[in-house]
Design a binder for this molecule. Structure first.
Ligand SMILES: [Cu+2]
Length: 189
């Protein structure tokens, strides 16, 4: 059978493209460690505030330059509503919902996750610039959805020095819940 040279050329281009795409997929998966988002754990939403790590909400230091920010979404607020982290540190956000599906999006960053009742979501981010970042719910969650926001306050990296011993700061309390928040200036309380 005689195959026209144009057909041969198109078959070759198709074959090379296919191999290149599969190669890119394999490299992204194993070389770069990219994966589809999946549930980072299960939780009983009725007992969210009693289940670790959500029994200790807020920011805590877990390593010399790494912090964990634990947040619960509940109609129509983020608890705690304000998180303070130092610039340049790795911050791991851990979230869940106590009622319906909420969103967790920090403006100007790639932190964008869903807070799903029954599931634990995680996202890691490093804030390079100090400042105030708006945290919004971007999943419609009810009549007060448009009011559901919080803020991330990124302190200048110099504050890290005093962060060596994370302190406990009691602020707003959800139903019988104490919030542990990272406070870089314990003496100003
Ligand atoms: Cu919402």
């Amino acid at each position: 059978m005689k195959v026209h040279s144009f057909e041969n050329a198109f078959l070759a281009i198709g074959g090379v493209t296919l191999v290149a795409c599969i190669g890119a997929l394999v490299y992204a998966t194993f070389g770069m460690g990219l994966h589809l988002p999946g549930p980072g754990g299960r939780i009983d939403p009725q007992r969210a505030y009693q289940t670790p790590p959500f029994d200790q909400l807020g920011v805590k230091q877990v390593a010399p330059n790494a912090f964990e920010a634990v947040v619960v979404g509940q109609m129509f607020a983020f608890i705690p509503p304000e998180l303070r982290v130092p610039a340049g540190a790795e911050v791991r956000f851990i979230g869940t919902s106590a009622d319906v599906i909420h969103g967790f999006n920090i403006e100007g960053t790639r932190v964008n996750m869903m807070m799903i009742p029954g599931q634990i979501s995680r996202a890691t981010y490093r804030f390079d610039r100090p400042g105030e970042y708006l945290l919004i719910c971007h999943e419609y969650c009810g009549s007060g959805h448009h009011t559901m926001s919080g803020r991330i306050i990124v302190e200048p990296a110099v504050a890290l020095g005093s962060a060596a011993s994370p302190s406990t700061d009691t602020t707003t309390t959800p139903p019988s819940q104490t919030i542990t928040a990272y406070s870089p200036h314990p003496s100003t309380r």
